[in-house]
Design a protein around this ligand. Structure first.
Ligand code: MG
Ligand code: MG
Length: 271
């Protein structure tokens, strides 16, 4: 199991800086995402944006991943490699981004919807995004890791019958992209490690409209649903604090870009 490192306040500020650059990058990407653009083009935009800020892409080269963004559409869950596929009306697109800046990583993800998508898929996106915040509500000192996991699973799988992916989980983050602890999106209340101030974790529900079963595609990276149904993915990096988690990433800019982009549908929380 990967080592857990608790962070000082100044380290947390450096992680926040990296996370905010991730979110600014996703905002830039959201302003370009539309019917007719390819993942390769979006990846070039993201890499240039990150390097213009004096930072480095966090995923490129990590275990030989070839790109700046993970772009996973429709039945692809996560870890999709940007390609020349042209996005079209009706696609949902999970875009995950990491940066490395001043010795610390940042990580966040958002699933976008292009044009008109069916009601069941829109509901999946809304519910998965809601579950991210349900998990974050539990990320306070004195709770246990299983409280986060339970909240996400309860809101998605138990309430809606969706499939929560088991093979991939959230993670600690800091000087390494992936540190301990693992943060599963399923689990039991009151179980697992005690949460303490200074723990910084990426919480990232990956939720399938159909079954929880996934497999790896032929490219050895892309995770896809076995039943071919769509999958959603939202991610924040947070620091555990006493009364309320500190969300170090920020989806607000991304959501403004969605509002201003007539080709994208807003994913609005209900609860
Ligand atoms: Mg990520
Ligand atoms: Mg992550």
């Amino acid at each position: 199991m990967a080592t857990v490192y608790y962070k000082t306040d100044s380290e947390i500020e450096l992680i926040r800086k990296s996370c905010l650059l991730v979110c600014a990058t996703l905002t830039e990407v959201a302003s370009h995402l539309k019917d007719g653009i390819s993942g390769t083009e979006l990846d070039q935009i993201a890499e240039a944006f990150i390097r213009d800020h004096g930072a480095a892409p966090g995923f490129k080269g990590y275990r030989d991943f070839p790109a700046t963004l993970c772009i996973s559409k429709n039945d692809e869950v996560v870890h999709g490699i940007p390609s020349d596929y042209i996005f079209k009306n009706g696609d949902i697109v999970s875009i995950d981004c990491g940066v490395y800046w001043d010795e610390f990583f940042g990580d966040a993800a958002y699933t976008f919807a292009i044009g008109t998508i069916d009601d069941d898929t829109l509901e999946l996106l809304v519910n998965t995004k809601e579950s991210l915040y349900k998990g974050i509500e539990q990320a306070v000192a004195g709770n246990r890791l299983g409280d986060i996991s339970f909240a996400i699973q309860d809101h998605t799988e138990k309430s809606k019958g969706y499939g929560v992916v088991r093979e991939l989980v959230g993670h600690g983050i800091g000087r390494n992209l992936h540190e301990g602890p693992e943060v599963p999106n399923y689990g039991s209340r009151g179980r697992g490690p005690l949460l303490k101030e200074g723990l910084v974790i990426a919480i990232e529900p990956m939720v399938n409209l159909g079954s929880k079963s996934v497999k790896t595609a032929k490219d050895n990276w892309t995770i896809i649903t076995k039943d071919g149904k769509p999958s959603a993915h939202y991610e924040h990096t947070i620091a555990v604090r006493k009364d309320k988690a500190d969300i170090l990433s920020d989806h607000a800019g991304i959501e403004t870009a969605i509002k201003n982009n007539p080709e994208l549908i807003e994913i609005s929380l209900k609860s």
